[in-house]
Design a protein around this ligand. Structure first.
Ligand code: 9YT
Length: 130
C-alpha cells in the first residue's frame, strides 16, 4: 500500500512550479496505479490555456472560484468548491482563477512527473508511458 501526505511533496521533485500554478504530484506513473493524481494550486488572477492532446484529465475543485472556457465552442462554465470537469474530448480550454483555487487533478495515462507544458499547453505522450 502507498500512503503519502501532501506535505511530503513540498520542496521535492514532486512539486512543480509554473508561472500560473503549482502542481504537487501525489501519485505518478511509477506508482503503477494507471493514473496520476495531483493537487494543483491555480493562482488568483491567472488564465492558462491548455490542450492535453495525449491525456484525459479530470479536475475537482476543493477550494476557490474561477471559470473554464472551452475554445471549440466558446462556452464558459463557472467553477466553485465542489465542481468537477472532465476533459473527455481532450478539450482545448482556458482556466481562470478568480481566487486561488485548489484542484485535485487525475491524469490518464499517468504523468511521470517530468513533463512541462509544451507550446500547445500539452504534456508529451512518450514521457507519460512507463
Ligand atoms: C488544472 C490544470 O490542468 N492545471 C495545470 C497543471 C496540471 N493539472 C498538473 O500538472 O497538475
Amino acid at each position: 500500500m502507498i500512503v503519502r501526505h501532501l506535505k511530503d511533496t513540498y520542496g521535492t521533485d514532486r512539486e512543480v512550479h509554473a508561472e500560473n500554478w503549482i502542481s504537487r504530484r501525489l501519485l505518478l506513473a511509477d506508482d503503477k496505479m494507471g493514473f496520476s493524481m495531483h493537487e494543483t494550486l491555480i493562482k488568483a488572477g491567472t488564465s492558462t490555456e491548455m490542450h492535453y492532446m495525449n491525456h484525459l484529465e479530470a479536475v475537482y475543485c476543493i477550494a476557490g472560484r474561477g471559470e473554464i472556457k472551452t475554445l471549440a465552442d466558446g462556452k464558459v462554465y463557472p467553477i466553485e468548491t465542489g465542481t468537477i470537469y472532465a476533459l473527455d474530448q481532450h478539450d482545448h480550454h482556458v482556466l481562470t482563477g478568480f481566487e486561488d483555487m485548489r484542484m485535485v487533478c487525475v491524469f490518464n495515462p499517468p504523468v511521470t512527473g517530468r513533463e512541462v507544458h509544451d507550446e500547445h499547453g500539452a504534456y508529451p505522450a512518450a514521457a507519460a508511458v512507463e
